[in-house]
Ligand binder design. Structure first.
Ligand code: SF4
Ligand code: SF4
Length: 209
């Protein structure tokens, strides 16, 4: 469980038994691999220019200050699956408590003890947000305070990640997928993570056991 690592994973996460039952999960994990490859390449590019990634394990001011993190329906399904079927023990109890007490939280509901409780399945928006030089201070949103220190992801990787995800939304035709990515139609599917009713996820976790 962690927020970020200096070098994003280049290996695809794998849940063979779950992927057999839920083919949509494989799509998302493929898309995340491509996203992470793009981030890794863009970080390396910046490091060659002498810049140093500030993001590190346990650094999580961004999970508190960002209130409008977008999530796509496929990502939401994966987050729900991961919380219901994978997270266990004390972390599960803490997470359910947070999901039921959003009004008392000053962070993303999935941030527990300054780490992301669903790190392996965290949304593209979280993967893409990386900051150079200095770690963000509490309450700081570097996107507004020092945009020049925020990583600009390489577009072709994010486009390819969307391209992989689109069949889940019934858009299988290659030309249609390209068109939707080009005109930004994909973004209309996004919801704001903190606006969602996470209480129902806590209930699902209870029902699962
Ligand atoms: S974006 Fe800022 S707060 Fe988040 S991990 Fe990176 S340096 Fe830390
Ligand atoms: S899902 Fe929440 S806790 Fe996890 S990285 Fe994103 S903002 Fe942080």
């Amino acid at each position: 469980m962690q927020k970020k690592s200096a070098c994003p994973a280049r290996q695809r996460a794998s849940f063979p038994e779950h992927e057999k039952k839920q083919p949509w999960l494989s799509l998302l994990l493929e898309a995340y691999l491509v996203t992470d490859q793009g981030i890794s390449e863009s970080i390396q590019r910046e490091e060659k220019q002498g810049r140093q990634l500030a993001c590190a394990q346990g650094c999580a001011a961004c999970c508190k200050s960002h209130e409008t993190i977008p999530v796509y329906p496929l990502e939401l399904m994966a987050m729900s699956w991961y919380c219901v079927e994978i997270i266990d023990g004390e972390l599960r109890d803490k997470l359910k408590h947070q999901l039921r007490n959003l009004e008392n939280l000053n962070s993303c509901p999935f941030l527990i003890d300054n780490s992301c409780s669903l790190h392996v399945i965290r949304p593209m928006a979280c993967r893409n947000f990386n900051v150079f030089n200095t770690q963000c201070s509490e309450g700081e949103d570097a996107f507004y305070t020092r945009r020049a220190d925020v990583l600009t992801p390489i577009k072709k990787y994010n486009d390819e990640a969307f391209n992989i995800m689109l069949p889940f939304y019934g858009i299988k035709n290659k030309t249609e997928r390209r068109k939707m990515i080009k005109n930004g139609g994909m973004h209309q599917l996004a919801k704001v993570m903190r606006d969602l009713n996470w209480q129902t996820l806590a209930d699902k976790m209870d029902a699962f056991g």
